[in-house]
Design a protein around this ligand. Structure first.
Ligand code: HEM
Length: 145
């Protein structure tokens, strides 16, 4: 399913992504741009303003957790669905997260990555990256149906 060039594009881009920077920015962005996603993070405390979200240490910490979990997909490109089976079940049955939010998060992540890498994030690289995230989103959604 993945060509050799797609594999190297994903591995190369991922190696340049600083999880501790991109993770917090991406999760904060989804909470700001799609405020209904805040409902799942009630225990994270104050999310009442853009400044509160950006400065919330629990948001940052969880952003890092989510991005670290993407490392699993990068390392298991040929078995993303089984890799995320338990995580999909968790988000569906325990957390009751609407799976459409996975796509919204993926889009915010892509925007943060594009902002970070500028012209180096070429249309070809973006296309491969978004294909990768689409497979991740489908895998996370797989236990819903
Ligand atoms: C927890 C991954 C998207 C809501 C988690 C955990 C991981 C994870 C690894 C920790 C699981 C554990 O503690 O065992 C991901 C990935 C995502 C994603 C890879 C997308 C690429 C989302 C989205 C939402 C969400 C879009 C909601 C809008 C939650 C919540 C928790 C959680 C509420 C529990 C947080 C806590 O109790 O500290 N997720 N997640 N996730 N996720 Fe996600």
């Amino acid at each position: 399913r993945w060509s050799q060039s797609e594999r190297s594009v994903i591995a190369d881009l991922w190696s340049k992504i600083n999880v501790e920077e991109i993770g917090p920015q991406s999760l904060a962005r989804v909470l700001i741009v799609y405020p209904w996603t805040q409902r799942y993070f009630g225990k994270f405390g104050n999310l009442n303003s853009v400044a509160a979200i950006l400065g919330n240490p629990l948001v940052s910490a969880h952003g890092i957790v989510v991005l670290n979990s993407l490392d699993l997909a990068v390392k298991n490109l040929d078995s993303i669905k089984t890799t995320y089976s338990n995580l999909s079940e968790l988000h569906c049955e325990i957390l009751n997260v609407d799976p459409d939010n996975f796509r919204l998060f993926a889009d915010c992540l892509t925007i943060v990555v594009a902002t970070k890498f500028g012209a180096d994030f070429s249309p070809e690289i973006q296309a491969t990256w978004q294909k990768f995230l689409a497979v991740v989103v489908a895998a996370l959604s797989s236990r819903y149906f």
